[in-house]
Design a protein around this ligand. Structure first.
Ligand code: CP
Length: 339
């Protein structure tokens, strides 16, 4: 055809559209997708972004992701991850396209693959996806022509949470080598615990899991996640607390109990705080430098005493703040523009 309208020729050769439809794309599904060198670059970039934003410095006239469209698809509830990804994309100069899942054509049985292809056809280059299914990122999704960024899938992985947790700790502790990090609570159903075990052990920390016995994982099945290739240690919080440099509290993830362990679905945790949680009495036995983390959302007086959420050594809101810089850097990484 020789008389194609000029506007059609221009749009079909738009660099952004072309890159969304063709060529290999980078995906971040868990922390292992980053090499050691990429991990270092990502953290250097997060420090740089934090410094620039605090100093009111520009990220360039148009921003590193100018011209890109970032879609967000949240099949599960979220406050921190969804909003910080949307803000991160906007700070980098991208347009955001939040898909309201319950009002989308996914409700009319459109597949996730077809939905992603549809978003890519509109020019979206990155899809940030949260889903309840551990297997949601099946290999064929890579053919949808859009970069996938995991915002938490089932009990499997939550890479940006682990990245921001380690970033927050390194700002306070410097190196994490040989630091003892106790992760306490519902480990068995936690994607945060899984991604953190991978990353923290890779950074040289010694991870201990604690919590109610029926909410702890099968140690052997988790051994391969740890860099040392040995099962994570499991101790009662009362036995672990004095050696902890950090205590990370996790909430009971009721929404996943019926899927993973039906026997637990109706379990009441009325005395959880006194039996297993981080009480003020327990925290008083920790080192005077011991830090508190919690990925949120916090259920006060269940996994952590309410007063400890506000403790001077609680980093809960710093984790939220740092999530913005980490998500900016991960968006740059999947877009292939991380400096
Ligand atoms: N930590 C975390 O993933 O929080 P949201 O569920 O609010 O995103």
């Amino acid at each position: 055809m020789t008389d194609t309208p000029t506007s059609m020729q221009i749009s079909s050769h738009s660099p952004v559209l072309a890159s969304s439809l063709n060529g290999p794309r980078q995906h971040l599904l868990d922390v292992d997708d980053l090499s050691d060198a990429e991990l270092s670059r990502l953290y250097e970039r997060a420090i740089d972004l934090q410094r620039r934003m605090w100093a009111g410095l520009s990220l360039g006239a148009r921003g590193p992701l100018h011209g890109q469209v970032v879609a967000t698809l949240f099949f599960e509830a979220s406050t921190r991850t969804r909003l910080s990804f949307e803000l991160a994309a906007q700070r980098l100069g991208a347009l955001t396209m939040p898909l309201e899942v319950s009002r989308s054509s996914l409700e009319k049985s459109e597949s996730l693959f077809d939905t992603l292809q549809t978003l890519a056809a509109m020019g979206a280059t990155i899809a940030v996806v949260r889903h309840s299914d551990n297997g949601v990122f099946s290999p064929h999704l890579a053919g949808a022509g859009i970069s996938l960024l995991n915002a938490g899938n089932g009990t499997a992985a939550h890479p940006t949470q682990a990245l921001l947790d380690a970033y927050t700790l390194m700002q306070h502790l410097g190196t994490l080598r040989d630091r003892v990090i106790v992760i306490n609570g519902d480990i068995r159903h936690s994607r945060v615990a899984r991604s953190n075990l991978r990353l923290l052990s890779r950074l040289g920390a010694r991870v201990i899991f604690s919590g109610p016995p029926d909410l702890l994982p099968d140690a052997k099945s988790w051994a391969s996640l740890a860099d040392q290739n040995e099962p994570p240690r499991m101790l009662a919080l009362d036995d672990a607390i004095e050696q902890a440099d950090v205590i990370m509290c996790l909430r009971i993830q009721h929404e996943r109990h019926h899927v993973v362990s039906p026997a637990l679905s109706n379990r009441e945790h009325t005395d959880f705080l006194s039996a297993y949680g981080l009480t003020e009495e327990r925290f008083a036995r920790a080192k005077p430098t011991c830090l508190i983390l919690h990925p949120g959302p916090v259920n006060r007086d269940v996994e952590i005493a309410s007063a400890l959420a506000e403790h001077p050594r609680s980093l809960i809101l710093e984790q939220v703040r740092n999530g913005l810089f980490i998500r900016m850097a991960t968006l740059e990484w999947v877009a292939g523009v991380l400096p």
